[in-house]
Design a binder for this molecule. Structure first.
Ligand SMILES: Nc1ncnc2c1ncn2[C@@H]1O[C@H](COP(=O)(O)OP(=O)(O)OP(=O)(O)O)[C@@H](O)[C@H]1O
Length: 223
């Protein structure tokens, strides 16, 4: 679904990522780890076409990103759910309206039943009318997950989805992502949280990748 071949990236200075080969296949569950500043968020952005690589090939759903038009990229992006590290919301809209934004942005009617079911799935049915500034960190993370999956994406890319929440909430978020994966959605989670990775390995067959020395490596059994 998402394929990177010999990808390199930098932000104008020294190389950040180099020689990156990655394939996110249907149904895969990947973790992406590595030290702060190693390039995890950058790699996720390359995977969903937010950034274009300085070298190498990226394919989304069998189509090369090279030369893809803005409309073509927008079509591809609908098939990828992204949970951003900072989980930003529009503070003047309710939680339910924020979660429904991907539908509104594409000019499609919001399926109200699906929206209610989704909010119940992430445990936020009671907060549907709340405004984002009144939500806790864990509620915001679950709302970000709901927003990422409302369009039924084939793959979810999550950037530190359990940042700033306690271990119990991390586990709850992980369980939701594992459940999605069991229903067929591919998942890639960038995280520093090694406990989360250990917990996940008991629930799902996950591949752990690590960015080290600017390259992508398979993490060993030391995790
Ligand atoms: N838009 C940008 N312009 C210039 N440099 C950037 C930009 N975005 C990221 N960087 C730099 O690229 C490097 C990698 O950043 P990135 O956010 O991808 O790392 P990360 O592994 O996700 O880090 P963390 O774990 O701290 O979130 C950092 O040194 C960062 O300062």
């Amino acid at each position: 679904m998402i394929r990177l071949a010999n990808v390199a990236h930098d932000y104008g200075g020294r190389a950040l990522l180099t020689g990156i080969d990655l394939h996110i296949a249907p149904g895969a569950f990947h973790f992406l780890t590595g030290p702060s500043g190693a390039g995890k968020s950058t790699l996720l952005k390359l995977c969903y076409g937010e950034l274009r690589p300085v070298q190498g090939e990226i394919e989304l759903f069998g189509q090369s990103l090279r030369g893809m038009s803005r409309d073509g990229l927008a079509d591809m992006r609908r098939r990828v759910g992204v949970i951003h590290q900072d989980c930003q919301f529009l503070d003047h809209l309710t939680l339910a309206e924020n979660v429904a934004l991907p539908f509104v942005a594409t000019g499609r009617p919001v399926p109200q039943t699906d929206l209610r079911e989704l909010l119940a799935w992430v445990g936020l049915a009671g907060q549907a009318e709340s405004l984002p500034p009144t939500l806790s960190g864990g509620e915001r993370q679950r709302a970000a997950l709901a927003r990422a999956v409302i369009m039924s994406p084939e793959v979810v890319l999550a950037d530190e989805p359990t940042g700033n929440v306690d271990p119990e909430m991390s586990q709850r978020l992980l369980s939701l992502l594992v459940e999605l994966n069991r229903m067929g959605t591919a998942v890639m989670i960038a995280t520093h949280d090694l406990a989360l990775i250990r917990n996940a390995k008991a629930q799902v067959s996950a591949r752990v990748l690590r960015i080290q020395d600017r390259t992508l490596q398979s993490a060993g059994a030391d995790l």
